[in-house]
Design a protein around this ligand. Structure first.
Ligand SMILES: [Zn+2]
Length: 179
């Protein structure tokens, strides 16, 4: 039987970031592909990637002209919020996972207003032209009590358990039972 071609990370935050990465791959944007997933209690509430609004023609002219593209594109985070609204799903108290960029200040406004509790991203270097918007977003999150987590890309290896000296972990009260 066919098995998944990748190994799931142990950490749930990284699992959801992996799903956000998959969503990013659906974007037709030629320069920046972003994906986002809103989660609560380990269940997906809404997903999104950046692109033109539904029905708006994503012709190669529009996609390849930067100004036109930026003026029409809905960011992944906004699509998560919009589709949750369309389906009548509340994002109150949810976690928002975004790949590969942290949110801009516009999206931060709506993320805060939607009631998102935590925003989780990888700790990638931010492209210079977005830096100011990201800094503003980080400031807004901090003031409004939304946690912004920046995870290092590589999962830290769990330390191997040292079994050579396991006896010392047994409380003295139990150690003497067999004696
Ligand atoms: Zn944005």
């Amino acid at each position: 039987m066919r098995k998944p071609s990748f190994k799931a990370p142990k950490d749930w935050d990284r699992r959801w970031l992996m799903l956000a990465e998959l969503m990013a791959s659906y974007s037709k944007d030629p320069s920046t592909k972003v994906g986002a997933v809103a989660v609560r209690d380990r269940r997906v509430l809404s997903t999104g990637f950046n692109g033109m609004p539904t029905g708006v023609v994503d012709s190669s002219f529009r996609l390849n002209d930067r100004d036109v593209r930026l003026s029409m594109t809905v960011h992944a985070e906004m699509n998560v919020i919009n589709f949750a609204a369309r389906n009548g799903v509340s994002l109150m108290g949810s976690d928002l996972f975004i790949f590969p960029l942290a949110p801009c200040s516009n999206c931060a406004s709506s993320i805060i207003q939607a009631g998102v509790r935590r925003v989780i991203v990888y700790d990638y270097v931010i492209p210079q032209r977005w830096q100011q918007s990201f800094d503003t977003a980080a400031e807004m999150f901090s003031e409004s009590g939304v946690a912004l987590l920046r995870l290092p890309e590589k999962e830290e290896k769990e330390p191997e358990e040292d079994v050579s000296n396991i006896g010392s972990k047994i409380p003295p009260s139990l150690r003497d039972i067999s004696a």
